[in-house]
Design a protein around this ligand. Structure first.
Ligand code: ADP
Length: 233
């Protein structure tokens, strides 16, 4: 669950007088939702994501994520909070010297999961993204779309409550973008909340669903639109 109440973010560095990146933003995202976040460059999308991961704190207002009040969250609790989130980035951020299998297993080893669990979980998530046959490959041997599928498997491996995808289709062939959204939908069907920032208007129009449109730090639109996709397709 995500809740932003009257959130302001004012950056004091940079331009003289600072920048109001977010102004009185109110958002509630319930468990199990799939939300697209759109908006022009500079609208405040990255700022919003940084609030959700507690990279930054709001100047005003309150942010709750997965039951944590992020203003009150102690630094020593931060790793536990972050484990309730899975992250997917535009540039994949895989470790180039590790195989696909190791890239996924690595994140699980930093939790208290047993070796047995990891041995079962990694093939399971690689199978979900249809990359079981590439388990021994290195990221550099994969296409962009395949690398992003590994990143999705990695984000989902620890079974987070929310997956935050920051422009996940930004660096891949537009045709393969649909595949990425569909994998995220499969994960969403397992109950994981998906929050996806995108510039790709075609994708948003095609799938529809809940859209939050930021404009100059405020919410210009928050609602559900009908997709172009046919039911059952
Ligand atoms: P988006 O992700 O939608 O492109 P951002 O959240 O990155 O938007 O930026 C929102 C506004 O805040 C922009 O005007 C941007 O220049 C400004 N901004 C972002 N980060 C900083 C920062 N660290 N210091 C000063 N201004 C910033």
């Amino acid at each position: 669950m995500v809740e932003l109440k009257n959130v302001d973010v004012h950056y004091t560095d940079g331009v003289k007088g600072g920048v109001d990146a977010l102004n009185d933003v109110n958002i509630r995202i319930n468990d199990g939702e799939f939300v697209f976040i759109v908006g022009d460059s500079g609208a405040g999308k990255s700022t919003l994501l940084k609030l959700l991961t507690r990279e930054i704190q709001p100047t005003g207002g309150r942010v709750f994520v997965n039951g944590y009040n992020l203003k009150k969250l102690k630094n020593r609790k931060l790793p536990y909070f972050r484990r309730s989130l899975g992250m997917i980035f535009q540039d994949f951020r895989l470790i180039p010297t590790m195989t696909v299998y190791e890239n996924v297993a690595f994140v699980l080893r930093s939790t208290d999961k047993s070796k047995k669990y990891i041995r079962q979980r990694v093939p399971y998530v690689l199978n979900l993204v249809k990359l079981n046959d590439k388990a021994k490959a290195y990221p550099g041997q994969l296409s962009g779309g395949e690398q992003q599928r590994v990143a999705i498997a990695r984000a989902f491996a620890s079974d987070p409550k929310i997956i935050i995808a920051d422009e996940p289709t930004g660096n891949i062939d537009p045709k393969l973008s649909y595949e990425i959204v569909e994998l995220l939908q499969d994960i969403n069907d397992c109950g994981t909340t998906i929050i996806m920032v995108t510039h790709n208007h075609d994708l948003v129009k095609y799938y529809g669903g809940r859209i939050i449109n930021l404009r100059e730090g405020s919410i210009a639109f928050d609602g559900t639109i009908e997709g172009a996709i046919e039911e059952g397709e």
